[in-house]
Design a protein around this ligand. Structure first.
Ligand code: PHE
Length: 355
């Protein structure tokens, strides 16, 4: 039985040495396969005498069992080794510093943020958004808004004019968002309830004036809109925008060719030491013009002033941003200084109006 002992030793050694599933399968074939060593040993039984065969048969089958057992055990070992190797390979070092994504590094400009805030507050009140072009006709920017031709009111707004075209028509950069009122009334029938945010242009430059700035126009036209509704709408808007139950407001009688009566609204603030604080102090910052839409404007836009009436307002978005976020100089908004933007800008995923 020496042969059988060395056969077993060889097979078990080959199994123990098998480093992967392929080598293990080869060891199995060498021992238990049709042409394997154990099969060859079993084949010798036929030539033996019955007694000898019984003993040898039992011995060979015992070797076969032990080899089979060793194969299964080694298979299990290889499997768990493979799993541990994979787990080791797939670990993540959570202590590594995270590289900031571009969405983290970039900032939303305060004007864009405040525009979104304004749109969402008015959307809650049932207003939709209307838009118009920056380059306007004299007709929409002035004439249809009841500015008499040649009247000094046209000069009130420091207009940037383009050179006249072949037909002698002189385009301009819109001086206010009010031409979008005209476009809206020409395109839609009352009831109308829109806001129109956008860029406007005037030749002006100081702490609170830049040649390009932003306004949001509001227009409501129906059969009963009145000054009381206008005041309520503005107060509700400003309370929501400044997130306070009370805002210091001052309504002053004023003049615009396209509203009658006209009202200007100032918001209470304190300006000192390069800082601007809202809700306290003795300063007032003018933030909007408003009034009841002039009957001539309704008529110019195809609406019968005996049937419909409305109110309108135009607010300075930039000034609202200065007040809410404490930026004292309007000119900084348009300097494209990355340090300023990092300080006053907003993260891309911030919710408008949220903290
Ligand atoms: N368009 C006016 C301005 O720019 C503001 C305004 C809008 C006034 C609507 C009354 C009604 O000064």
């Amino acid at each position: 039985m020496d042969d059988l002992a060395s056969l077993e030793a060889r097979s078990l050694a080959a199994i123990a040495a098998a480093g992967d599933e392929g080598a293990l399968e080869q060891a199995r074939l060498d021992a238990l396969g049709k042409k394997g060593a154990v099969s060859a040993a079993l084949a010798t039984l036929g030539k033996m005498a019955p007694d000898e065969r019984r003993a040898a048969g039992a011995a060979i089958n015992a070797v076969k069992d032990r080899v089979t057992e060793a194969l299964a055990a080694r298979k299990g070992e290889l499997k768990s080794a493979a799993l541990s190797a994979r787990l080791a390979r797939e670990t993540i070092d959570v202590t590594l510093p995270v590289r900031p994504s571009p969405a983290e590094a970039g900032r939303v400009h305060p004007i864009a943020q405040v525009t979104d805030e304004i749109v969402s507050i008015f959307a809650d009140m049932g207003f939709s958004v209307a838009e118009g072009p920056d380059v306007e006709t004299d007709d929409y920017n002035f004439t249809k808004l009841n500015f008499p031709v040649g009247h000094p009111a046209r000069e009130m707004q420091d207009t940037f004019f383009f050179a006249p075209d072949a037909k002698g028509e002189r385009k301009l950069l819109r001086t206010h968002t009010s031409p979008v009122q005209v476009r809206t009334m020409l395109a839609k029938k009352p009831p109308i309830r829109v806001i129109c945010p956008g860029r406007v242009y005037r030749s002006d430059w100081d702490e609170t004036h830049t040649p390009m700035f932003h306004q949001v126009e509001g227009l409501v036209v129906d059969s009963s809109a009145n000054l009381g509704n206008l005041k309520w709408t503005l107060e509700e808007f400003l309370k929501a925008f400044f997130e306070t139950p009370k805002v210091g407001l001052r309504f002053r009688p004023s003049f615009f060719p396209f509203t009658e009566p006209s009202v200007e609204v100032d918001v209470q603030c304190r300006r000192s030491g390069g800082e601007i604080r809202f809700g306290e102090g003795d300063d007032w910052l003018e933030i909007l013009g408003s009034g009841m839409v002039h009957p001539n404007v309704l008529r110019n836009c195809g609406i019968d002033p005996d049937v419909h009436q409305g109110f309108a307002f135009g607010m300075g978005i930039d000034r609202l941003a200065m007040l809410k976020y404490g930026a004292p100089d309007l000119r900084d908004f348009f300097e494209a200084d990355v340090r300023w933007l990092r300080h006053f800008g907003f993260r891309a995923l911030d919710v408008p109006g949220g903290e």
